[in-house]
Design a protein around this ligand. Structure first.
Ligand code: SF4
Length: 335
């Protein structure tokens, strides 16, 4: 796996993530005070973003180390992640990829896309491509079609996973035509080889419009999952998370992950202690039916990969929680 030079347009400071929201998302908030409102907390910058703790970095998952082209991250043997754009409809204040997100790059250039397509064509061990960023659904349908047509032509067998917050923050962006485009040719849609992962963190985000958008996707043959992030002041309460996961399950969306926050610079005010997360999960399992319970997971600091917290935790030391990574090595996450 070769290494490219790094993200073009990368930002020096994790605190320089721009401020942006949509009128739809803003209307979900009852106040624009991030200290009082769980929606505002996710789009209104706070002074704490200028605090950088000792263990925090601009690139907490070591994305740069796993770059194989300017736009492609190859961290796991069978999966790659395509940075479709650095643009988002809402810049989430907890974003871990803030070293890339919010620049001025937009969609891949034809040359950058050609390198991605050549890589997946030449590496048959890659079974799945994640379209991420940034938010891929900030691209136009025509830009998405260029990427998807290229991917499907280079590797007709590949599974496509689209990671997007658009159903939460701008659900009307998902039209019938967009859903069909994402699903792919009709014959392939029967195989459900396109998956969609959205990102709702609070029950208010599972709006009627969210439900309509994800149902358009599902009717086109695209299963929808959700990954939530455990965030102080947003959803760090058992009742809030119970309501969120019940609402998603009712909408037909499988709660996939509840993610521990990554150690991105300027995000410590969102961090919930892992001991609290484990206690919340124990109570969630008592309250919810199995399919409505997500996996509580962590991306190990320094690029160790994603692990389920409860089954990978080896011990708790004064300095932090020690986990066994997929590579067999030990990784520490601070207390
Ligand atoms: S939508 Fe995703 S990539 Fe964009 S700011 Fe939010 S978390 Fe980051």
């Amino acid at each position: 796996m070769s290494s490219a030079s790094g993200f073009a347009g990368e930002q020096d400071d994790g605190n320089s993530l721009p401020c942006r929201t949509t009128s739809f998302y803003r209307a979900l908030a009852s106040s624009e005070d991030p200290m009082r409102d769980p929606i505002a907390a996710q789009f209104v910058p706070r002074a704490q973003e200028h605090i950088r703790e000792e263990h925090e970095t601009e690139d907490p998952l070591a994305d740069r180390r796993f770059l194989v082209t300017e736009r492609l991250i190859h961290r796991y043997p069978d999966r790659v992640l395509l940075l479709t754009t650095d643009n988002c409809a809402v810049f989430c204040r907890h974003c871990f990829r803030r070293h890339f997100t919010g620049g001025q790059q937009g969609a891949p250039t034809p040359r950058e896309l050609d390198k991605v397509l050549a890589y997946i064509a030449e590496n048959p061990m890659v079974q799945e491509i994640l379209l991420s960023g940034g938010d891929p659904l900030t691209l136009s349908d025509s830009q998405l079609a260029t990427i998807l047509d290229g991917v499907r032509a280079a590797r007709p067998d590949i599974i496509v996973r689209i990671c997007s917050r658009i159903p939460v923050v701008n659900p009307s962006r998902i039209t019938t035509a967009t859903a069909r485009l994402l699903a792919g040719p009709e014959s392939d849609a029967q195989l459900a080889h396109t998956w969609f992962v959205t990102h709702a963190n609070h029950p208010l985000e599972v709006s009627r419009s969210f439900t309509a958008a994800v149902q358009l996707l599902m009717r086109s043959g695209v299963p929808v999952l959700n990954q939530a992030v455990l965030l102080r002041g947003v959803n760090d309460h058992i009742d809030t998370l119970e309501e969120l996961f019940r609402a998603l399950y009712r909408a037909g969306v499988k709660p996939y992950y509840l993610l521990q926050t990554d150690l991105a610079a300027g995000t410590s005010h969102f961090r919930v202690p892992i001991s609290q997360g484990i206690a919340i999960m124990q109570e969630l399992r008592r309250r919810l039916s199995g399919p409505a319970v997500p996996v509580y997971a962590l991306d190990l600091p320094g690029g160790g990969g994603k692990v389920p917290i409860e089954s990978s935790l080896l011990r708790v030391e004064p300095s932090g929680y020690v986990f066994r990574g997929p590579d067999g090595l030990e990784y520490s996450y601070p207390r």
